[in-house]
Design a binder for this molecule. Structure first.
Ligand SMILES: C[S@@+](CC[C@H](N)C(=O)[O-])C[C@H]1O[C@@H](n2cnc3c(N)ncnc32)[C@H](O)[C@@H]1O
Length: 246
């Protein structure tokens, strides 16, 4: 999962990424921040194009996005005026000790080098501050979504992820987890656009990309819950893992 080719594959498709990737449900972001009074100081690690950054700004907090990929940072600055992103990574953040009340990571924690990132995040957080990685995960209990995941090799199943991320090292209390359901609506073209922003697709060779495109069109044209629809719901479960710095 931490293959650097995949970890830094998103920048080339930053505009599409920002357009097609799902937003995070407000209830999930609020739970991640555990009732912190606004404005709290929040660092968004692996901020990408700022999808989570904007969700946190909307709750009235100060956000410092940190992102290693220059293409993603440029898109963030276009889409989120007034909130410039810092060049950095979870393993090396250009901010002083204790600068954050909370550190969030949307769809990004699984790319980090855990030991180095845990130490760096513990340095950044004040005592009692919160670390909360968040993932929007497709709900593969719906049959066509499971088929979509097979076609586009969309990665780990929700339950694998939940089992894997409960321990953030000795500087943190044991993590708590919560799930939030949401169902954004998409057009067929938006679903194709979303798949094309996934790291598997971005790093696949042209032949494999053509196979994914063809199988995806077939799914859209033939599956009874999708065929002929202008819009449909894509069910997601959002997983939040939250741990307090000791
Ligand atoms: C799937 S994107 C998620 C972007 C954004 N947080 C969102 O929710 O849409 C993953 C991001 O993590 C970044 N990334 C990869 N490795 C990283 C690392 N070691 N530290 C911080 N960010 C990293 C990538 O450049 C990419 O922008």
């Amino acid at each position: 999962m931490t293959d650097p080719t995949h970890a830094l594959s998103f920048g080339a498709a930053a505009g599409d990424y920002d357009r097609f990737r799902p937003r995070y449900p407000e209830a999930a972001v609020r739970w991640a921040l555990d009732g912190l009074d606004a404005p709290a100081r929040v660092v968004d690690l692996g901020a990408g194009t700022g999808i989570l950054t904007r969700g946190v700004l909307a709750l009235g907090h100060h956000v410092v996005p940190v992102e290693p990929d220059p293409g993603m940072r440029a898109q963030l600055e276009t889409a989120t005026p007034g909130t410039p992103a810092l060049a950095g990574s979870a393993e090396s953040v250009p901010l002083p000790d204790g600068a954050a009340d909370a550190v969030l990571a949307g769809q990004a924690y699984h790319w980090f080098d855990p030991e180095r990132a845990h130490a760096e995040i513990a340095r950044l957080l004040r005592p009692g501050g919160l670390l909360a990685p968040i993932w929007n995960l497709r709900d593969e209990r719906t049959a066509w979504v499971a088929e979509l995941a097979r076609i586009a090799r969309l990665g780990d199943s929700p339950d694998d992820l939940a089992g894997r991320f409960g321990d953030f090292g000795p500087a943190f209390e044991p993590a708590e987890q919560a799930w939030f359901a949401h169902r954004p609506t998409l057009t067929p073209d938006e679903l194709v656009g979303m798949v094309r922003t996934r790291s598997y697709y971005l790093t696949a060779d042209p032949g494999r990309r053509r196979d994914v495109d063809r199988e995806l069109r077939e799914l859209l044209d033939t599956h009874p819950e999708l065929a002929g629809r202008e819009r449909f719901e894509l069910p997601y479960r959002t997983l939040v893992c939250r741990a307090r710095r000791r």
